[in-house]
Design a protein around this ligand. Structure first.
Ligand code: ARG
Length: 466
């Protein structure tokens, strides 16, 4: 290989032979990091403006760099940019093209900068924007859930523990439980966006730079809260990506829980809810099938997001300071997490408002399984029986009901009185489903009035977001 070919590399000066063709392909990241082009250009614009401010570039040079970079942005956006693997990554592709276009001034852009602080800046800028989009979808989903909960605040369904009928709850209450998970997820994304909002530009390769740079200025131009404190940490830190991945894993975990419930609830055995046809698919062999593919797929996609979280943790583990090429491996997992999370939230945000409840079925289901047994025990306690004795009385009543094939509310007063003489006519007020849910009338309880108030508070919180 000739020196001529070697010198094509922006860093080729000290090399005496060309890069091995396989190594070139193996070490390049441009096939995937080109997705950072928009933020790379924005980072370069801020860096150049800062260099001009401190007198390292002239105003004329800055102007040439600005128009050159904007022209490149257009070339990329219109599909007229020729990405080259031999230029390794998005940064060197854009820089080389800038020099093609504006000549020697293009070579001055990288003054006082390294790809190490450049890429650390790009990913933060990119992730910050993507978190904004993800929060938008999350908010849309929460808003749909809050509406659904309000609509179904009076609808009764069985509440489960161990997936066994436990006590009656309202459907709206159940849906607001999902909303609480997402509300915490929002908080985690916000924390992550706040913590990542520090600008690494100026850290250069690892130690800072000898130019009289103004790090506050470039940070401010890019909308960061300020410059990062330590140059070594700036080029090596990927905590923000890991933190985002962890928040994403948890969101996907929550979506997998909703998905599991929707899959169960749409089955003919449960038949609690319907999903519109547009979110389902059929079977190529069984004509009767309507499969809840969207929730199923989202349940399955948790695997890849959890896997990516682990990739990121593992790539950072034991890395010595400062930048190491290992960090190039942060991008594909991060990008895939973003795509997966955004799509999954979009699917849920579209689907949630379209869920309809089969209220007759959920009510019937709540009547099976002795869901008001605890209410009978509480009734006996109010009549003076210690709770453990009340538990015993109700256990015997349930055993009788099972033998008879009837719910507690379907037993006669005389039948109930066999187990305790404290039981009176008023027992039927607490044994009904409505009596049971209405009695749980405190903050966080399942009473319809509480659910409506909780939905209202949740909607007010959402409204404060934008
Ligand atoms: N493509 C590289 C990455 O993603 C950019 C930084 C390269 N820096 C270096 N010193 N080789 O991490």
């Amino acid at each position: 290989m000739s020196n001529e070919e070697t010198s094509i590399k922006p860093w080729g000066g000290r090399f005496s032979e060309a890069t091995d063709a396989f190594v070139e392909r193996f070490t390049a990241s441009v096939t995937f990091d080109q997705r950072l082009y928009h933020h790379d250009i924005n980072g370069s614009l801020a860096h150049a403006a800062m260099l001009a401010k401190v007198g390292v570039l002239s105003d004329d040079e800055l102007q040439q760099i600005q128009s050159g970079l904007e022209a490149i942005r257009k070339e990329i956006e219109t599909g007229n940019f020729n990405w080259s693997v031999s230029l390794e990554d998005v940064h060197m592709n854009i820089e080389a093209r800038l020099t093609d276009k504006i000549g020697i001034t293009g070579k001055k852009l990288h003054t006082g900068r390294s790809r190490n602080d450049q890429v650390a800046t790009d990913i933060r800028l990119y992730l910050r924007d993507e978190i904004g989009v993800i929060v938008g979808e999350l908010t849309r989903l929460q808003s749909g859930l809050i509406d659904l909960a309000t609509r179904e605040a009076d609808t009764i369904m069985p509440g489960f523990t161990h997936l066994q009928t436990a006590q009656p709850v309202t459907f709206g209450h159940h849906i607001l439980a999902w909303n609480e998970m997402l509300e915490r997820d929002f908080g985690r994304l916000q924390d992550c966006a706040t913590r990542l909002n520090q600008c690494p530009l100026g850290a250069a390769a690892l130690a800072g730079t000898t130019y009289p740079i103004d790090r506050h200025y470039s940070a401010q131009l890019l909308g960061f809260d300020g410059p990062t404190e330590n140059s070594l940490d700036s080029v090596s830190d990927r905590d923000f990506a890991i933190e985002f991945a962890a928040a994403a894993s948890l969101i996907m975990t929550h979506l997998s829980r909703f998905s599991e419930e929707l899959v169960l609830w749409t089955s003919s055995q449960f038949n609690f809810v319907n999903l519109p046809d547009r979110f389902c698919t059929g079977s190529s062999i069984m004509p009767q099938k309507k499969n809840p593919d969207v929730p199923e797929l989202i349940r399955g996609k948790v695997g890849r997001v959890n896997g990516h979280l682990f990739s990121l943790l593992t790539l950072m583990k034991s890395q010595p300071l400062a930048y190491n090429k290992d960090n190039q491996e942060d991008k594909e997992p991060l990008f895939d997490i973003i795509d997966t999370l955004r799509d999954s939230l979009k699917a849920y945000a579209d689907m949630a408002p379209a869920i309809t409840v089969n209220a007759e079925v959920t009510r019937e289901a709540a009547l099976r399984g002795f869901s008001t047994a605890t209410d009978l025990a509480d009734y006996l306690v109010r009549k003076g029986l210690p709770f453990r004795d009340a538990h015993e009385v109700v256990g015997k009543s349930v055993a009788f009901g099972i033998k008879e094939g009837r719910d507690l509310s379907q037993l006669s007063l005389a039948e109930l009185q066999q187990f305790s003489t404290l039981i009176d006519e008023d027992v039927f007020d607490v044994l009904t489903l409505e009596g049971s849910v209405n009695a749980r009338n405190h903050i966080g309880g399942t009473a319809p009035a509480q659910v409506k108030a909780a939905a209202q508070r949740a909607a007010e919180k959402l409204a404060q977001r934008s």
